[in-house]
Design a protein around this ligand. Structure first.
Ligand code: AMP
Ligand code: ZN
Length: 117
């Protein structure tokens, strides 16, 4: 755990979240500032700062996150598909440095891919 990481604090229950799914390795919770009707994130409970910091030892948990995505999206009301975004590093406009996979769905998520300010 990283003491200054807000997603580690969410994992530890020190910051509240609207939980979608949890097991021993991963947590899914709704984005506090949703960009579409369905917008949640799936994260490893282990602190991995970004995709650039993930190593071979993280392959299993990253695979689990991707294979959970469709099931959770369906359960959250996006059965016909969704967008999956992993912002990485400065160029990738990553704001929170705890690896997270955005699942963005609903009837018409992000009609045009957006660039953040
Ligand atoms: P990124 O730009 O990919 O690093 O995205 C970070 C995301 O985390 C943004 O979409 C924020 O709205 C979201 N976020 C930040 N703080 C919280 C929080 N406390 N609970 C839920 N989502 C959050
Ligand atoms: Zn963290």
């Amino acid at each position: 755990m990283e003491t200054d990481c807000i997603f580690c604090k969410i994992v530890e229950g020190k910051i509240p979240s609207r939980k979608v799914f949890e097991d021993d390795e991963v947590l899914a919770f709704h984005d506090i500032n949703p960009l579409a009707a369905v917008h949640f994130m799936v994260i490893p409970k282990k602190h991995i700062a970004s995709l650039s910091d993930a190593g071979p030892e993280d392959a299993a948990v990253l695979g689990k996150i991707l294979t959970l995505a469709a099931r959770l999206a369906r359960e959250q009301g996006s059965p016909d598909g969704f967008r999956t975004i992993v912002n990485t590093g400065k160029i990738g406009r990553q704001d929170v440095y705890h690896l997270h996979v955005h699942i963005i769905g609903g009837p018409n998520p992000l009609p045009r891919m957006i660039a953040k300010e």
